[in-house]
Design a protein around this ligand. Structure first.
Ligand SMILES: *Cc1c(COP(=O)(O)O)cnc(C)c1O
Length: 377
């Protein structure tokens, strides 16, 4: 049996007709950039994320970049984030000639450890970018408390976590700005690049909107320098169709995760050193946290051998992420070394994401579990 890490075709086949008629509508209108389809998506994603405003942009990366521009990050400013994330989170900081300051992650959730943030704050610190990695929210209450005490902005990198909840609040709605990515492999994925910035503050909304079109306001008059961060109508039309199914899909992922958790536990793999991804329990959070499992990430000391075993059995898997950002060559001049952020380094050496997509069939799930159990036998 063959199981890819993600099977986008399986999902497409379930909504093919609807998607094609949405595409047709755009083709008939010949409105390709921004326009009513983008506005419709912005309204529905903002409502879905419990925020007032949404602004469709060209990618999740650009959503982060435009957010930093909106809070006026300058060369030399410091922005706190973690090194255990997709490169974009810190790359955008460096592109503005600001400095990414890396704080280690919590060993259980892979998300920023709030207890380690305050030590990293200096006079130059302007913002914190917590990442809601793999579909689970970072511990936002202490992060917001620290940010308020020190007058910092918070940008939630919810690229992997649209619809995830923290104590009943949706990812992206808690910080000053929140960003989503519509990269095809995200839970809400387009047919190309796309992203969105969400926020409640009207001034930030106006600024991001102007920055999206080169800072032009009114048209052809520029008080600030922005860029081309526009979203295509075709992507917006496709995403609006898919958004209707997002809860169902994320729920399907969660059900698959429940099944994996259960089966790995009963087959004795936990005793053999396999860690399943835990669901965070936050103080006073009750059971109101919602993990949308963009990835189901297991941990084991024998990670590379396990990945080779899965590969030889035609099961897709991926290491997100093999080298923490503080050890990347392009960040050498930041001065970090091996051992500086040990929890992130340990995670990079032991994580493995396995297929979790909602269209996985029962026999595929059984096959994956049996293959992993077989490896440990
Ligand atoms: C995907 C991703 C991004 C970037 O989104 P793109 O749409 O690919 O530019 C940023 N941060 C994280 C955590 C991501 O997973």
């Amino acid at each position: 049996m063959k199981v890819p890490l993600l099977d986008l075709k399986a999902q497409y086949l379930t909504i093919k007709e609807e998607i094609r008629s949405a595409i047709d509508e755009v083709l008939e209108s010949q409105i390709f950039i921004l326009g009513p389809k983008v506005e419709e998506l912005e309204k529905s994603v903002a409502a879905y994320s419990q925020t007032k405003y949404g602004i469709g942009v060209s990618s999740g990366t650009d959503a982060l970049l435009i957010s930093l521009m909106a809070i006026d990050i300058q060369p030399g400013d410091e922005v706190i984030t973690t090194p255990f994330t997709f490169f974009a989170t810190a790359g955008v900081v460096a592109r503005l000639k600001a400095r990414p300051v890396f704080v280690d992650i919590d060993s259980v959730t892979f998300n920023i450890d709030p207890a380690k943030i305050e030590k990293a704050i200096t006079k130059r610190t302007k913002a914190i970018i917590p990442i809601h990695l793999f579909g689970q929210c970072a511990d936002m209450d202490p992060i917001m408390a620290i940010a308020n005490t020190h007058g910092l902005s918070v940008i939630e990198d919810a690229a992997q976590s649209i619809g995830a909840e923290y104590k009943g609040r949706r990812a992206g709605s808690i910080g000053h700005l929140g960003i989503f990515s519509f990269f095809p492999s995200k839970n809400l994925g387009g047919f190309g690049d796309g992203g969105m910035v969400v926020m409640n503050d009207e001034k930030l909304f106006e600024k991001v909107k102007i920055l999206r079109v080169h800072g032009s306001h009114p048209k052809y008059y520029h008080k600030i320098v922005g860029g081309n961060f526009r979203l295509d109508s075709l992507q917006a039309a496709i995403l609006s169709v898919k958004l209707k199914y997002l809860d169902e899909w994320s729920h399907g992922r969660q059900k698959n995760a429940d099944e994996y958790d259960q089966k790995f536990k009963t087959s004795g793999l936990i005793e053999k050193g396999l860690l399943v991804p835990p669901r965070a329990i936050y103080k006073n959070g009750g059971d109101k946290n919602y993990h949308i499992y963009n990835q189901y990430t297991i941990r084991t000391k024998k990670r590379d051998e396990l990945q080779a075993h899965l590969k030889s059995n035609a099961i897709g898997s991926e290491i997100y992420y093999p080298l923490p950002l503080h050890l990347q060559e392009c960040f050498k001049e930041l001065g970090y070394g091996k051992g500086d952020l040990p929890v992130s380094e340990e995670a990079a050496g032991s994580v493995l994401s396995i297929p979790i997509y909602p269209e996985l069939m029962a026999e595929q799930r059984d096959y994956i579990v049996a293959t992993i159990v077989g490896f440990h036998a």
